[in-house]
Design a protein around this ligand. Structure first.
Ligand SMILES: Nc1ncnc2c1ncn2[C@@H]1O[C@H](COP(=O)(O)OP(=O)(O)O)[C@@H](O)[C@H]1O
Ligand SMILES: [Mg+2]
Length: 415
């Protein structure tokens, strides 16, 4: 009897050991799975924070990334990032990555008439910009970097990195680039009407030049540029802060549709609501938000400030800083801000070349938006989505009704 009891007890303890071992095993697997999950989560978040991949947010519906551009002809070797200087000028595309083409230096040299003066359309902080035509007939603008060193290299990389991942009809499209030897070139779609700045100040900013940009066109440009910033701030995660938003970085196509350009100074913003990133102060005088200039704390609201300055340029036809103006009028924001919310005074600050094309109601409304954007306190500035919403009805109104001034001709493209 006692032998049977012992057997029973032994069996019981074996079963117990098996159960305990199984439980321990399951616990171990659970711990291992959890550790692996933590490792992956950390890796993904580190990747996002290391300025690598702006991810689209879920709302509104994510827009698919652009398909790779298929080279129209010529040799393609996707594994190669460079081509020798001796490559034939006609050899089109050296490689393709993430929807942008890799060009050979020779090819861009040929497309722009050897970077000749006749092809030059502008000179920016990065270098000269040339008009060019690719062998397939596409018109392009080629930026030739003439700024050696770390800063230039960083700007080049940021521009390529961001523009090959972002896609919006309100941002300037990057067609490709060339990083061959010491050459750094960027190839964009050609914008036939150049930049907004040239059209606002035909005399290069000095008094007397009369802008041909009419009121409806200015309103539409304001709206399209606002949509470009709205996309950067609110449709990608983490948000992209442009950091150099200004009238020379708003380019106009043959029909005066606007696109935001130049992402060389862009920064990925904080994911936290109201959070900032600390960085060295870069940008253009007259457009930089005061808190960023003082503390280096950068948020999307710094771009909203710069946008407000551009809105003031559109309203007043004045450059952001002009110390040749009478005392108190040199800095556009300081001069205009006290008058922007006063109906009577708004009329006095409007660009004389608009010659009463606007309805006072619309002008007062645009002035009020500008006033909000250039608030010294960043928290009081609106989101770009709010700006877009406020401008949409004004642009719709304008396109529904004819221009108030029948003598004003619609602006014509330059070429
Ligand atoms: N994609 C383009 N199409 C046509 N013209 C362009 C294009 N990009 C730049 N430009 C012209 O070249 C000028 C210099 O551009 P850019 O190098 O961006 O200057 P900045 O550093 O002042 O922003 C612009 O003002 C514009 O007239
Ligand atoms: Mg520019």
């Amino acid at each position: 009897m006692s032998g049977g009891g012992d057997d029973y007890k032994r069996e019981e303890s074996v079963v117990l050991i098996v159960i305990v071992s199984l439980a321990a095993l399951s616990l171990l697997s659970l711990i291992a799975a959890f550790a692996y999950y933590c490792y992956i989560t950390r890796k993904v978040s580190r990747r996002l924070n290391s300025h690598q991949l702006p991810k689209r947010s879920s709302s509104p519906a994510p827009v698919p990334l652009p398909p790779p551009v298929i080279p129209p002809q010529g040799k393609e070797s996707p594994s190669s990032n460079s081509a020798s200087d001796g490559a034939a000028a006609g050899a089109l595309v050296v490689g393709a990555e993430r929807g942008v083409q890799l060009f050979g230096y020779r090819q861009l040299h040929a497309a722009t008439g050897g970077f000749g003066r006749a092809h030059m359309v502008g000179q920016g902080s990065f270098g000269a910009v040339y008009r060019g035509v690719l062998p397939d007939g596409r018109k392009v603008a080629v930026k030739l970097m003439d700024r050696p060193g770390k800063q230039g290299e960083e700007e080049f990389e940021m521009e390529v990195e961001l523009l090959s991942r972002l896609r919006s009809s309100h941002l300037l499209g990057l067609i490709g680039h060339c990083s061959e030897g010491g050459h750094r070139l960027l190839v964009y779609e050609f914008m036939a009407n150049g930049c907004l700045q040239e059209h606002l100040y035909p005399n290069g900013g000095s008094c007397g030049g009369i802008s041909k940009l009419d009121w409806p066109t200015r309103l539409r440009i304001a709206l399209e540029a606002a949509k470009g910033l709205e996309y950067l701030h609110e449709r990608v995660t983490p948000p992209v802060i442009h950091r150099d938003f200004k009238s020379s970085n708003i380019l106009l196509d043959k029909d005066y549709h606007a696109r935001v350009s130049d992402f060389g100074l862009a920064k990925l913003g904080s994911d936290k609501a109201g959070g900032h990133v600390s960085t060295r102060v870069l940008g253009t005088q007259g457009y930089v938000a005061p808190e960023y200039a003082l503390t280096g704390h950068l948020t999307t609201k710094s771009d909203v400030y710069s946008y407000g300055v551009v809105l003031l340029e559109l309203l007043t036809g004045r450059v952001p800083v002009d110390m040749k103006r009478p005392p108190g009028e040199g800095v556009l924001v300081n001069w205009a801000l006290p008058m922007l919310t006063d109906r009577e005074k708004v009329v006095q600050i409007l660009d004389p070349s608009l010659e009463g094309q606007y309805s006072l109601k619309d002008a007062v409304q645009v002035a009020a938006i500008a006033a909000m954007c250039v608030q010294p306190e960043a928290d009081y500035r609106p989101l770009m989505a709010d700006v877009v919403q406020s401008l949409v009805p004004l642009v719709k109104n304008r396109s529904a009704s004819k221009s108030c001034n029948p003598n004003v001709q619609a602006s014509k493209p330059l070429d």
